[in-house]
Design a protein around this ligand. Structure first.
Ligand code: SAM
Length: 372
């Protein structure tokens, strides 16, 4: 009889680290050390995962718990009464890509927005030292739990409860700011809290922007090749942005009808990235109507505009209403993308000056679009 020993947490940490290296998202020896050292299981005693059969819950001590903790997946650690996820331990692959984009300098003072489970804060403490790390979450229950778990794992960063989109935190200015909740735009408060030359790594729509603060007070830089979409930032600890839509309303035609040549899959990664950059408060839904036609509907909560695009081969029928012609705006950006040879996300960049966000291709003085 062969008895196979269960892999230990150390074995699993090493295996995950090797996987992240093989995936090409982890390179720096200092970050590799952080991933083989910080114990993810200390931060996620209970979580759930979406599987092919629905949602499955895991708890410490149960079979498969430890191996699942060290899978390269996001672990949902909190849901609200309606079942919507409100916190998680992010996917290690995305965490590694974002952490690698932070300054490679010991002792950098870092502000993390979105403490969540606290595992990312532990990795930051491993890399920069506990006294350099400030981590903030809007949910007091989460900061309390993360504080206790970080302390028992031997980490003592500064933890704050507050809204990371506006709060000015005590240890500013920072050499880097990393946000692990999704935002429509870079808040002006972030630029104020950065030291000259400081770095912002943040999720906007489906893009992960890496911006550096220049001597004129503008933050500027490219998007990472990795795409991801984090949980949207909440405005209070109770509120979760609603994803409920009335399908009957969405299927009803709106406003002006036009036609356009649309030779792209508008649900592909780059059209989705560009759409979210242009309409950060919009929801996209793809539905099939009673005639079997695929309809791509956009509803923009901020302006009240609505638009639908129905494909007929490479041609499309568009109907749109409200203060903005949402599909016209998107197709203009997609035509520029197509004319440029359909570049990947890493060729796009962003400049943030005050509240003005400018998207550009390759260089800030190249082809650019001021985002509304
Ligand atoms: C994806 S989770 C963070 C994951 C965490 N960094 C980790 O992997 O260990 C996103 C977190 O952002 C927090 N959050 C949402 N809106 C926020 C806001 N306005 N300010 C600060 N934190 C916010 C949520 O409560 C949630 O815990």
């Amino acid at each position: 009889m062969t008895i196979t020993a269960e892999p230990s947490a150390e074995d699993l940490r090493r295996r995950l680290t090797d996987h992240l290296v093989a995936e090409g998202v982890l390179h720096n020896p200092a970050w590799k050390h952080a991933f083989v050292t910080a114990p993810r299981e200390e931060f996620v005693p209970a979580f759930s995962l979406r599987t092919a059969d629905g949602v499955r819950a895991y708890q410490t001590g149960e079979p498969e718990y430890l191996e699942t903790v060290y899978r390269d997946v996001s672990l949902i650690t909190q849901r609200d009464a309606s079942g919507t996820a409100t916190s998680s331990s992010s996917q290690p692959r995305v965490m590694a890509a974002m952490l690698e984009a932070l300054p490679d300098a010991d002792g950098t003072r870092v502000l993390e927005i979105g403490t969540g489970a606290g595992y990312n804060a532990a990795l930051l403490c491993e890399r920069y030292g506990d006294e350099q790390v400030v981590s903030l979450d809007i949910d007091p229950g989460l900061t309390a739990a993360a504080r206790q778990r970080l302390h028992s794992a031997g980490y003592t960063p500064t933890l704050i409860t507050g809204d990371g989109t506006g709060a000015h935190t005590p240890l500013a200015p920072y050499g880097a700011l990393i946000a692990t909740c999704g935002l429509p735009r870079i808040p002006a408060a972030w630029l104020d809290q950065l030291a000259p030359g400081g770095t912002i790594v943040a999720n906007l729509g489906y893009g992960l922007a890496v911006l550096r603060l220049d001597e004129h007070g503008a933050a500027q830089g490219h998007f990472l090749p990795e795409m991801a979409s984090f949980m949207t930032a909440r405005t209070t600890s109770e509120s979760v942005p609603s994803e409920q839509h009335d399908v009957t309303t969405l299927m009803r035609a709106v406003g002006t009808v036009t036609s356009a040549h649309v030779p792209w899959d508008v649900t592909g990664p780059m059209p989705r990235f560009l759409g979210a950059m242009l309409h950060p408060s919009a929801t996209d839904l793809t539905l099939t109507d009673e005639n079997g036609t695929t309809v791509h509907a956009i509803t923009d909560a901020a302006s009240g505009a609505r638009a639908r695009l129905s494909h007929r081969g490479e041609d499309a029928r568009i109907d749109q209403g409200g203060p903005r012609a949402l599909w016209d705006e998107r197709l203009a950006l997609l035509r520029d993308w197509s004319r440029a040879g359909q570049p990947g996300v890493e060729r796009y960049g962003l400049t943030v000056q005050g509240c003005t966000h400018t998207l550009w291709l390759d260089t800030p003085d190249g082809l650019s679009w001021t985002l509304p």
